[in-house]
Structure formats: structure tokens, C-alpha cells
Design a protein around this ligand. Structure first.
Ligand SMILES: Nc1ncnc2c1ncn2[C@@H]1O[C@H](COP(=O)(O)OP(=O)(O)O)[C@@H](O)[C@H]1O
Ligand SMILES: [Mg+2]
Length: 268
């Protein structure tokens, strides 16, 4: 018999599993007065390109501190961090900002949108540091809003949108630079459970269809169950690295929910 292996149709491209995030023995200390606070106490893990990872742990366990380091907003006290193969430890502030803008999109619990500013202008903000012409910035912002289901809401200001819609504007803003990685720190923390599943459905689609690497901090096990892996933190340490062999499908969960009153939007 001829046992020559045959290329499988639709096989993933080469190196789909390369580490996009690689931290080794990451330590972060803060000094409050004379007292050092050991917030991260030697964290080591890798995240592969295209993975969908949750980070869980009690309040104060160092999750946001870790996210700030992964997002190049803060530097570790010691240890190494490679982002997409680049050792970011040795980079100056300008290079760090450049890498951050190019590779990472951020989503926060409190949306962090500018008040009295339209959805489109909020989404365009990260492009202000690029030399894209205004028309192209606008075009990209409109496409990002479309990708999160907010076409028709372009001129709405945050106060004219529901919480879930505001978070979708924030996700559109995180997408506008076409990042490889989305870092979301408690993105559903201010939302009800149905809206939370809607947000997770958007993240799952971006992960599956665009291959974006998703990293989501949550205290909610229901939310974590939409990811494929959970990193459990406790007291600044990685306590457990849990695989979720069969993540829940947010789109299916939404379809199974009883029909709902449409999300409340402040009339304009
Ligand atoms: N800038 C800072 N200065 C001093 N201590 C800080 C600072 N930022 C965070 N911490 C402390 O670090 C610990 C972890 O905080 P954080 O990363 O925000 O935890 P989590 O996001 O898991 O709730 C907390 O004890 C917090 O008080
Ligand atoms: Mg936090």
C-alpha cells in the first residue's frame, strides 16, 4: 500500500500555532511608600496566534496589571515579554507606542468613549496618529461600526446609545487599526447577561473569521466558557491553566434565548 501522506484540503496554513505572546517569569512590584507590593510574582505562559483565552481571578490578583503589560502600557519589573516575536523589554516609549498601535486593540469595562462625540469620531481616534487621509479614516471607521452591527448609528453620541451599543462602539474602535490581538479587561462587567453574550458572539466571530487572538479578563465563569482556555490567577500567580475542549457558542446561545424586547436606546 502506498502510505504517502496526502495534503488535506482546507488544512490550516503553516505555523498557525506560533506564539504571539510569550512571557517568562514576569514580575511586577509597586512601591507604596516604603512598602513594596508584589503584584505579579513570576508569571510564565504562551498564547498562540488565533487562540481565545480568558483570564480569571479574584479582585486584586493582578489581572489588570498583567493586561497593561501585555498591552505595552506598562513595563514589568523583571522577566521577559515577547509580542509577536519582538522582545518588547528593550524598546523605548515611542517604539512601544508604535507596536501597541499596530498590533493591539483594547476594550475596557467602562467603554472609555469620549462623551458628546459621535460613534464614528470615537472609532476614528486611534487613526489620528497615522497619516491616513481623512476620507480613508472615515471609511475605516464606518466599516468597523458595520462589523459590530452598528450601521445607522454612526452619528449617535455615547449618551444616545445603550450600554451594549457603547461597548460595540468601543470594540469597533479597537478594530480600526486591524490589530492581531484584542485585549479586553472585564468587557462585560457593566452589561447584563444577554448583552454580555452578544459581546462574546462578536469576539467569537472575530476570532474564528478574522483569526484575531482574543484575551478577555472576566470574573464570570459563564463568559469564560466562550473561550478555549482559562488562565486562573491568584495572588499574582498563575494558579491553573485550564483547557476548554468544547467552548460554548455565543451565537447559538443567543438564538436559544427567548425573543426579547429590543435593547433600550435613548430616543434622539
Ligand atoms: N499603580 C499602583 N500602585 C500601587 N499598587 C497598585 C497599582 N496598581 C495596582 N496595584 C495593586 O496591585 C494589585 C493588583 O491590582 P490589579 O492588577 O488591578 O488586580 P485585578 O485587575 O486582578 O483586580 C492590587 O493589590 C492593587 O492594589
Ligand atoms: Mg482589574
Amino acid at each position: 500500500m502506498d502510505a504517502t501522506p496526502v495534503a488535506v484540503a482546507g488544512a490550516p496554513p503553516a505555523q498557525p500555532n506560533a506564539a504571539v505572546i510569550e512571557v517568562v517569569d514576569l514580575v511586577k512590584d509597586y512601591r507604596v511608600g516604603q512598602v513594596p507590593v508584589h503584584v505579579l510574582q513570576g508569571i510564565t505562559f504562551q498564547i498562540r496566534r488565533g487562540d481565545f483565552v480568558s483570564i480569571m481571578g479574584p479582585s486584586g490578583s493582578g489581572k489588570s496589571t498583567l493586561m497593561n503589560i501585555l498591552g505595552c502600557l506598562d513595563k514589568p519589573t523583571s522577566g521577559s515579554y515577547k509580542l509577536d516575536g519582538i522582545d518588547v523589554g528593550g524598546l523605548d516609549r515611542d517604539r512601544l507606542a508604535e507596536i501597541r498601535n499596530r498590533k493591539i486593540g483594547f476594550v475596557f469595562q467602562q467603554f472609555n468613549l469620549l462623551a458628546r462625540t459621535s460613534a464614528t469620531e470615537n472609532v476614528e481616534l486611534p487613526l489620528m496618529y497615522t497619516d491616513l487621509p481623512a476620507a480613508e479614516r472615515r471609511e475605516r471607521a464606518m466599516k468597523s461600526l458595520e462589523a459590530v452591527g452598528l450601521s445607522g448609528r454612526e452619528e449617535h453620541q455615547p449618551s444616545q446609545l445603550s450600554g451594549g451599543q457603547q461597548q460595540r462602539v468601543a470594540i469597533a474602535r479597537s478594530l480600526v487599526n486591524k490589530p492581531k490581538i484584542i485585549l479586553a479587561d472585564e468587557p462585560t462587567g457593566a452589561l447584563d447577561s444577554r448583552t454580555s453574550i452578544e459581546i462574546m458572539a462578536i469576539f467569537q466571530r472575530l476570532n474564528r473569521e478574522e483569526g484575531m487572538t482574543m484575551i478577555v479578563v472576566t470574573h464570570d465563569a459563564d463568559v469564560a466558557n466562550y473561550s478555549r482556555r482559562v488562565l486562573h490567577f491568584k495572588d499574582g500567580r498563575l494558579e491553573r491553566d485550564e483547557a476548554i475542549p468544547q467552548p460554548r457558542d455565543a451565537k447559538k446561545d443567543l438564538e436559544a434565548l427567548p425573543a426579547l424586547v429590543p435593547e433600550k436606546t435613548v430616543a434622539v
